[in-house]
Design a protein around this ligand. Structure first.
Ligand code: F6R
Length: 642
C-alpha cells in the first residue's frame, strides 16, 4: 500500500478532498511508490499461488511506472509469471505493429522486458470488423470476471477527466465498448499521429463499470496541465462530465500525483482557507492578489471586511489594517514593472527588478525551439538590444519535426530548380535533394523522416530564426545554433538530457560570461522539450556556479508559448506599447513554417502571434485590474535563484 506518511497533509487539511490523494515531490518518486505497491501485490499473490490481475494504462503518465517495474524485474528479480494483464484500451482501427498502437507501446515499455507469459496479456483488438466488436467486448469482460476481477487498476486521466477512453458523458455502469473520441482527446493524441486529420476517431475501451469493480484503483497524474481536472475530480461533485470523479465512490481508490498536478487543490492553492498558516511574503502576495481579482477590486480598494469575509482575518490580525497590507503589496507589484529589463543605468536600483550596473550587460537568451525567444519575450529581446546590451541568442534545438512535409518538399524542389536554372552541377547535392523529394512524396503517416529530410526541415527553421534575430538587430556572431543532441531522434519522443547537451551549454556560458541568462521556464509538462532544455541549463549553471563571473549572473525565466506565470509569481514585467506589440508580431511572422495550420497546433486554434498577443495583453489587463498602470501588453519573468 502507498504509505500515507509520504503525504504529510492531515485529514483536516484534506477536508475539501473527496478521494484519497497523495502528493509527491515529482513523478519519478511517485512512480516508484506505485511500482512498489504493484510489486508487493504480485509477490503476495505468488505466495498464495494466485494470479495477479492487473489493469494497465498507456499514455505518457505510466511510462515511469513501467520503467521502474522493468528495473525491479531486472535488478531485483521480480517475476511477472503470475501476472495476467488487461489493458484499458486501444485505438480503433489499429494495426498491432503500427508505431502508435498500444500493443506496441506495452510490448516495448513493459511486456518484452519482463517475464510475463504472452498468453496472459490482453489488449483490446484494434483490427476487428465493426460487427465483431460487441461480442469481443463481452468476452473481454467475461475473462476478467472469470479470473475474479481486476486486483489493481492503473489509470491516467485525460484533460477532460476521462479514464480509459470513457469520455465526458460516459455512464458509471458503462460497459466495454467502441467509443468515439472527444475532440480534446484527439488533439492531445494528434502529436503522435502527425496531425489531427490522421488521428483515429474511435477506440475500444474498458467500461467504467469494470474499472469501478477493480479491488484497488491507482490514478496517476503529472504536470500542471492536469491540475484543473485533478481539482475537479477530487474536490468537485461526482458527475459523468468528469468520469474520474466516479472514483470518489470507490472504496479503495487513490490519486497519486506530483506537486504540479496538485497545484490547484485547495490545500495547496489557497491553504489559508483550510487551516491557520504561517503567512510568508509569497503567501500574502498570492492571497491579496487572488482576493483583489476575485472581488474585481483594485488592491488599494480592499477593505478589512473583504479580508474577514474571505478567510483572511488572521492575516488582518497579524499585519492589518487592510490599508497597510494593501499598500505593501501594491508597492511590491509596482516594483515588478520596468521598461529596463537589463537594468536602468545611473538609476537607484534598490526597488527595481534588475541591477543598474554594469550599464552594458552581456545577455544570453536561450530559446528551446527556434521561435520561443520571439514569441515569449520578443519585446524584451528588442529592448535589451536597443538599450545597448550585448545580446546573444542560443537556439537549443533544430525544431525540425514541427515543419510540415509540404514545406520541406517546397524547399527541396526549390534547390533542385535553382541548380537546374543556374546549371549548377553538384551531383552529390542534387542526389540528396532528389532523395528527400522521393521520400516525402511517398511518405506514410507517422513514418520517421530520413536524415536528409530532417536536415532540410532544420535548415528551414534555422533560416527563420536567423531572420527574426536580424529583425531585432543582432549580428550573425551573436546568433548560436546549438542543435542539442537529445532532440535529434526524429520523433516526438526525445532522449533525456545528456552529458553532451550540458557540455554544449556550459561552453557557451563559459565563452560569453553573461550577466543575464533568459531561459524558458516551462515546468508544466515533464516530457516536453522545454523541460529538457531547462534541465540542461539548470544543470550547467549549477556546475558553473563557483566561477567568479557567475556571481554576477542572474537567471530570468520566461514561459513558453502556452501559458504565462501566475500574476503573484511575476518578478519582472516588461511593458509594451501598441507599436511594440505590432513590431513583435512582425518578428514572429519571420517563422513562416509555423504559420497557417502548424504541425503541433495543440488544442488552441490561434496562431502563435495571436497567442502571444493575447497572453501579453492578459498580463497587462491583470495589472490594470489590480489598480496599476494600464499598458497594451506585458512580458513576464521570474528569477531563478541558484
Ligand atoms: C490510456 C488511457 C487514457 C490516458 C489519458 C492520459 O490507456 O486510457 O485514459 O491515461 O488519456 O494520457 P497521458 O498519460 O498521455 O496524459
Amino acid at each position: 500500500m502507498l504509505k500515507s506518511k509520504i503525504d504529510r497533509a492531515t485529514s483536516f487539511e484534506k477536508r475539501f478532498e473527496n478521494i484519497g490523494t497523495i502528493v509527491f515531490e515529482n513523478s519519478a518518486m511517485a512512480s516508484k511508490e506505485v511500482a512498489n505497491e504493484i510489486a508487493a501485490l504480485i509477490k503476495v499473490k505468488q505466495s498464495q499461488k494466485q494470479p495477479c490481475i492487473l489493469g494497465l494504462a498507456t499514455g505518457s503518465t505510466p511510462k515511469g511506472l513501467y520503467a521502474e517495474l522493468v528495473r525491479l524485474h531486472k535488478e531485483e528479480g521480480l517475476s511477472f509469471k503470475n501476472v495476467v494483464s488487461f489493458n484499458l484500451d486501444e485505438y480503433y482501427p489499429m494495426e498491432p505493429d503500427s508505431v502508435n498502437s498500444y500493443v506496441r507501446f506495452m510490448n516495448e515499455l513493459l511486456f518484452k522486458q519482463v517475464d510475463i507469459l504472452p498468453e496472459n496479456i490482453h489488449i483490446p483488438d484494434g483490427q476487428l470488423s465493426k460487427e465483431e466488436i460487441a461480442e469481443y467486448c463481452n468476452k473481454y469482460e467475461a475473462k476478467i470476471e472469470a479470473l475474479g476481477g481486476i486486483d489493481l487498476q492503473v489509470l491516467g486521466i485525460g484533460g477532460n477527466g476521462h479514464i480509459g477512453f470513457n469520455e465526458s458523458g460516459s455512464l458509471q455502469n458503462s460497459k466495454t465498448r467502441l467509443v468515439a473520441l472527444d475532440h480534446i482527446t484527439r488533439v492531445a493524441a494528434s502529436k503522435d499521429f502527425s496531425g489531427l486529420s490522421n488521428t483515429p476517431r474511435t477506440a475500444i475501451t474498458l467500461g467504467v463499470k469494470k474499472i469501478m469493480e477493480a479491488k484497488r484503483v491507482i490514478l496517476m497524474a503529472w504536470g500542471e496541465g492536469k491540475s484543473n481536472i485533478i481539482r475537479e475530480s477530487v474536490e468537485g461533485e461526482v458527475t459523468n462530465q468528469v468520469p474520474a470523479s466516479f472514483l470518489q465512490e470507490h472504496n479503495n481508490a487513490v490519486f497519486v500525483i506530483d506537486k504540479a498536478a496538485a497545484s490547484k487543490l485547495t490545500r495547496i492553492n489557497t491553504p489559508w482557507l483550510v487551516e491557520k498558516i504561517a503567512w510568508t511574503d509569497k503567501m500574502v502576495r498570492k492571497a491579496v492578489l487572488g482576493l483583489a481579482l476575485h472581488l474585481k477590486k483594485p488592491i488599494l480598494m480592499l477593505t478589512d471586511a473583504d479580508y474577514i469575509e474571505n478567510g483572511m482575518s488572521d492575516l488582518l490580525a497579524d499585519s492589518g489594517p487592510a490599508y497597510d497590507i494593501n499598500i505593501n503589496i501594491f508597492n511590491k507589484i509596482q516594483h515588478t514593472i520596468t521598461g529596463w529589463p537589463g537594468g536602468k543605468p545611473n538609476a537607484d536600483d534598490s526597488s527595481r527588478p534588475e541591477r543598474a550596473k554594469p550599464a552594458k550587460k552581456r545577455v544570453i537568451i536561450f530559446s528551446p525551439h527556434p521561435d520561443d525567444d520571439i514569441i515569449s519575450m520578443g519585446g524584451t529581446f528588442k529592448r535589451l538590444y536597443e538599450q545597448g546590451h550585448e545580446v546573444h541568442v542560443a537556439y537549443q534545438t533544430t525544431g525540425d519535426i514541427a515543419v510540415s512535409d509540404d514545406e520541406a518538399l517546397r524547399f527541396a524542389s526549390f534547390v533542385c530548380d535553382f541548380n537546374d536554372k543556374f546549371r549548377i552541377q553538384s551531383a552529390e547535392a542534387d542526389k540528396i535533394h532528389r532523395k528527400a523529394i522521393k521520400f516525402l512524396e511517398k511518405k506514410k503517416n507517422s513514418e520517421i523522416d530520413t536524415p536528409e529530410v530532417r536536415n532540410i526541415k532544420g535548415l528551414i527553421r534555422k533560416g527563420e530564426a536567423r531572420a527574426a534575430s536580424h529583425f531585432i538587430g543582432l549580428p550573425d556572431e551573436q546568433i548560436h545554433f546549438m542543435e542539442l543532441p537529445f532532440y535529434n531522434t526524429g520523433t516526438i519522443e526525445k532522449k533525456p538530457v545528456g552529458e553532451e547537451d550540458i557540455k554544449l551549454i556550459m561552453n557557451l556560458i563559459e565563452k560569453i560570461k553573461p550577466h543575464q541568462i533568459y531561459a524558458a521556464g516551462d515546468l508544466a509538462d515533464p516530457h516536453d522539450t522545454h523541460k529538457v532544455c531547462l534541465d540542461a541549463i539548470f544543470e550547467s549553471v549549477k556546475r558553473l556556479k563557483s566561477k567568479t563571473y557567475m556571481k554576477e549572473c542572474w537567471v530570468w525565466l520566461y514561459r513558453g508559448a502556452w501559458q504565462e506565470w501566475g500574476i503573484d509569481e511575476i518578478e519582472m514585467a516588461v511593458p509594451m506599447s501598441p507599436d511594440q506589440v505590432l513590431e513583435k508580431r512582425h518578428g514572429i511572422f519571420k517563422h513562416q513554417s509555423q504559420k497557417d495550420g502548424v504541425v503541433f497546433q495543440g488544442s488552441d486554434s490561434r496562431e502563435f502571434w495571436q497567442r502571444a498577443e493575447d497572453r501579453n495583453k492578459e498580463t497587462a489587463d491583470l495589472y490594470d485590474q489590480l489598480g496599476l498602470s494600464h499598458y497594451a501588453a506585458m512580458e513576464a519573468f521570474v528569477r531563478w535563484m541558484y
